[in-house]
Design a protein around this ligand. Structure first.
Ligand code: HEM
Length: 521
């Protein structure tokens, strides 16, 4: 009995200790996740009509819109077209959606300070993107924008981007399409997947000086590429759950998709750390990539450097792949446009000559002279913007130029996909793919940025626009002059594609095509 006594007294201490611990844990969860959530629910409940019975909200809640439309963006485009102000309000989402150019200018420029990205967006992407430019407002954003603009406007970085992209085209993209064709007669490629791999290789080499070799299909996809893919997908899925409380609790207990997200982010962080350390050791002053350039400035915090570059990867990867996918899909359906592009290329670059390797663009000057191609690229993104909509959050109660009242905390979304389909903006043939609408006497004419906010507009306009257009045009010329590309499924000739849900427009069933060298049947 004597020997048992210490045991008994120990367990009598352990029990209350455990109870105290559990209660503390419950209180922490309550005050960090449940309490703020309940507060915001009550706020939403009293400040907006959560149980709205209007026709639009009911169609949204019951998904009855999907009987008539393939995609949510098509339904929104239809509603916006019918609206006299070109603005609608989905009350149950507290989301005002607009296709009105004056409203777009107002939120992106005139009242920019009142329409930041906001906390809901930055919380969702915060673990993945940290304090990177894509995910912050205020001074942190201003600092990065200034620095990035300074670097990206330099001639040397433009040449570096051109070199990276054209190297990837000549040494990976073309051999991939060519070699497969030599072995088999009719190979089906999912061009969307090929373009995703291409744009990831390009943006990583440009931003990090790191080559993930995703287009080398003989190699397994790198850990970095797989983790980046997974982290983007899981972060976007956070936005789709009915309440943020769900993912926050899963994150707290490190469960399910949140556990996977944490793991993929830690792989990305590990790799970023290795790259940064290596650059420090070997010296970075003569390196041309974006990371080395930022390292030569005043930024010495490794985590901040990582955040800055990861934002660039996210911004410049799927957007470029998406623009290439819809461009090649539209060309396959509009052979007369493809013919015009080829004729113009022959005039500017000279005849296609495999022996002398004369099929791609060799310099910026040539790219600048391809006005019809520039028009076709803009026309393709008018109808199929890589980012179909983009949201801000209103800080203080406001009234938009069309008279729409906006309460503080409301999400305000501008919708380039719907804008590209408005007769008022583009005329009665707005649904026709017609590059000529961008030309005057054969010279490309840019549009007003608030009528065509494909790259956003105003102060937060995309920094990578020129690089994106250079990539699209370089790939287009190289592939079109070398290959004949045909849709595998004739059903893809009709109607709009079905899109997968996500931040960037993605064809739900990919873009399966036959690729044949030109001049063969
Ligand atoms: C066709 C391709 C592209 C399209 C359609 C596009 C479109 C956009 C849009 C709509 C935004 C605003 C997003 C937001 O604030 O929520 C944006 C921002 C941004 N883009 Fe692009 N982008 C493209 C390619 C690129 C490329 C290749 C890069 C990198 C070199 C890039 C870098 C950025 C950055 C850093 C921002 C953040 C700018 C800021 O917040 O001030 N983009 N882009």
């Amino acid at each position: 009995m004597d020997q048992l006594e210490p045991l008994v007294s120990n367990s009598s201490l352990v029990f209350p200790l455990m109870i105290t611990l559990i209660i503390t844990l419950i209180l922490i969860i309550f005050f960090t996740t449940i309490f703020p959530y309940l507060t915001s629910c009550f706020h939403n409940f009293f400040s907006s009509s959560v149980f709205c019975s209007c026709e639009i909200c009911q169609a949204y809640l019951t998904s009855s819109w999907s009987k008539d439309f393939n995609n949510l963006c098509d339904w929104y485009a239809h509603l916006l077209k019918k609206s006299p102000t070109k603005t609608i309000h989905i009350h149950v989402l507290r989301n005002i959606i607009t296709a009105n150019c004056e409203n777009v200018e107002y939120i992106l420029k005139t009242k920019f300070e009142n329409y930041p990205k906001g906390k809901p967006f930055s919380t969702i992407l915060g673990d993945f993107l940290g304090r990177g430019i894509f995910n912050v407002d205020g001074d942190l954003w201003k600092f990065q924008k200034k620095m990035a603009n300074l670097e990206l406007n330099k001639h040397s970085i433009r040449s570096f981007a051109f070199e990276v992209v054209n190297n990837e085209i000549q040494h990976r993209l073309i051999p991939l399409l060519q070699n497969q064709n030599q072995n088999l007669n009719q190979v089906v490629f999912d061009l969307q997947d090929v373009f995703k791999r291409f744009s990831f290789d390009s943006i990583c080499r440009f931003s990090f000086g790191l080559d993930p070799m995703c287009l080398e299909t003989s190699l397994p996809m790198s850990d970095f590429a797989l983790s980046f893919d997974l982290a983007s997908k899981l972060s976007a899925e956070r936005a789709m759950v009915v309440s943020p409380l769900i993912w926050k609790i899963k994150r707290f207990f490190n469960m399910g998709s949140e556990k996977e997200l944490k793991k993929s982010i830690s792989i990305i962080n590990m790799l970023a750390k290795v790259v940064i350390n290596q650059k420090r050791k070997l010296g970075f002053s003569d390196h041309k990539d974006l990371l080395s350039r930022f390292m030569s400035t005043t930024i010495h915090d490794d985590m901040f450097l990582r955040d800055i570059v990861i934002s660039f990867l996210l911004a410049g990867r799927d957007t470029v792949a998406s623009s290439l996918t819809s461009f090649f899909w539209l060309l396959a359906k509009n052979p007369e446009v493809e013919k015009e592009i080829l004729l113009e290329a022959e005039r500017v670059i000279g005849p296609h000559d495999d022996e002398n390797n004369n099929f791609g663009v060799t310099n910026f000057e040539q790219l600048r002279k391809l006005h019809y191609l520039q028009a076709a690229a803009h026309e393709s993104m008018r109808l199929y913007p890589p980012i179909q909509f983009d949201s801000k959050f209103c800080l203080d109660d406001d009234v938009l130029p069309d008279g729409t009242k906006v309460k503080s905390g409301t999400r305000v979304t501008y919708h380039p996909y719907a804008m590209g389909r408005l007769e008022e903006l583009w005329g009665p043939d707005c649904l026709v793919f017609k590059p000529q609408r961008w030309l005057k006497d054969g010279v490309f004419q840019p549009s007003n940025q608030f009528k065509y906010p494909i790259f956003q507009a105003g102060l937060r306009v995309c920094i990578g626009k020129e690089m994106a257009l250079m990539e699209l045009k370089s790939v287009a010329i190289s592939l079109l002059r070398k290959f004949h590309i045909e849709l595998e499924d004739s059903r893809m000739f009709h109607g709009n594609p079905r899109f997968s849900p996500g931040l960037t427009a993605t064809f739900a069933f990919g873009l399966p095509v036959f690729v044949r060298p030109r001049g063969t049947k």
